[in-house]
Design a protein around this ligand. Structure first.
Ligand code: SF4
Length: 257
């Protein structure tokens, strides 16, 4: 409610595993949330558990998506991280499930976010391969970006069944168009998903900095940024035997993805 009171033009969205949406979707909508993005890597119960732990079933995620739809928290995006040898055989099933629902399924290449997901380069399924897997069954055609700097490449089903997105951070980095700033749970401004830290905003805020001082701090931080981690990773991956983890990074739970 406090965030939504900042302005009607604020696109207030939440990324979630959807497990609590059956209980809270209506209340979140009433509080001013506009839309949700749901993480769902597989419809197969065993694969889902392998990737997400044993905390709840995939059925609960689908119930959460239905609750979000009913509460008007759309357009809903479904994010699927694709990992070689783990869930790539279920991609067409996911596409089939969400075709015609109005939800946008987005396939994300497995990335080395944080330091805890045991990322390996050979577990990345390139976006081109994902596209081929889906397009062979459900023919696709490209769409223009919905706005400048959109991270997902958009494709639509030729038969009018809706659209999908492909996020190719590993095989085709898009750092040059990156406009994403993140605020960590500790109040740091983080200028790259793969940064090893950020600029403290909480300290100045608690010390009484006014809006103008904070605006200047944020602007100077943004103008000074030279982030191009995914492009650097791509350069590194071309070198046989190069280390797979070039440096420490903030964890996803600190910045929310
Ligand atoms: S690696 Fe960093 S700079 Fe490049 S697109 Fe991702 S968040 Fe933006």
């Amino acid at each position: 409610e406090r965030l939504s009171s900042l302005g009607e033009d604020l696109d207030l969205a939440m990324t979630t595993n959807a497990s609590l949406l059956p209980r809270f979707a209506k209340a979140l909508s009433k509080a001013g949330l506009r839309r949700v993005t749901v993480s769902l890597d597989s419809l197969d119960p065993d694969v889902f558990h392998a990737m997400n732990g044993n905390r709840f079933d995939v059925g609960r995620v689908l119930e959460g998506i239905a609750a979000a739809e009913e509460a008007g928290l759309g357009p809903i995006k479904i994010n699927c991280v694709v990992q070689r040898g783990v869930n790539e055989e279920g991609l067409v099933d996911l596409a089939r499930h969400f075709r015609g629902t109005g939800h946008t399924l987005r396939f994300i290449e497995f990335m080395d976010v944080g330091t805890r997901n045991q990322w390996k380069r050979d577990e990345v399924v390139p976006a081109a391969e994902i596209l081929e897997r889906i397009g062979t069954v459900f023919p696709l055609e490209p769409l223009d970006p919905a706005y400048p700097g959109e991270v997902a490449r958009r494709w639509r089903y030729r038969d009018g069944g809706g659209e999908i997105g492909l996020i190719s951070s590993v095989s085709a980095p898009f750092c040059g168009d990156c406009t994403r700033a993140r605020l960590s749970t500790e109040g740091a401004l983080v200028t790259c998903l793969f940064a090893d830290g950020g600029v403290d905003l909480r300290g100045p805020l608690r010390a009484g900095a006014d809006d103008e001082a904070l605006r200047q701090l944020i602007a100077s931080t943004w103008h000074a940024r030279e982030d191009r981690y995914s492009e650097e990773r791509q350069d590194l991956l071309r070198i046989e035997g190069a280390p797979e983890r070039p440096r420490e990074r903030v964890e996803m739970y600190q910045i929310g993805g």
